[in-house]
Design a protein around this ligand. Structure first.
Ligand code: ZN
Length: 98
């Protein structure tokens, strides 16, 4: 971990990348993206019950209020066509109206 430089050098794609991995522009506000980064950091790095509870509550809040950024998958022989949210990982099946 380096303490040199600015936050922009450590922010990573989750906060700064204007496009998702498919090249589609991301409309999610930067403040919201910071919250997802904090949640991810707390989820993997919490060392106290207080931090774990904060991670759980933040994750629950973010999932309840997620403004989804859907990434479509055309499907293959193993999984049918669906879209998955870049942020909360919710899945929406695209052929569910059969
Ligand atoms: Zn979502």
């Amino acid at each position: 971990m380096t303490w040199m430089g600015s936050w922009r050098e450590r922010a990573g794609r989750i906060i700064l990348d204007p496009h998702d991995p498919d090249g589609v522009p991301i409309d999610t506000p930067r403040d919201r993206r910071w919250l997802w980064r904090i949640e991810a950091t707390l989820t993997t790095g919490a060392t106290t019950d207080q931090q774990r509870l904060l991670a759980r509550d933040l994750r629950e809040y973010l999932r309840e209020t997620c403004e989804h950024h859907w990434r479509p998958y055309s499907g293959d022989e193993h999984v049918s066509a669906h879209a998955q949210c870049l942020w909360c990982n919710q899945v929406r099946w695209l052929d569910s109206e059969l």
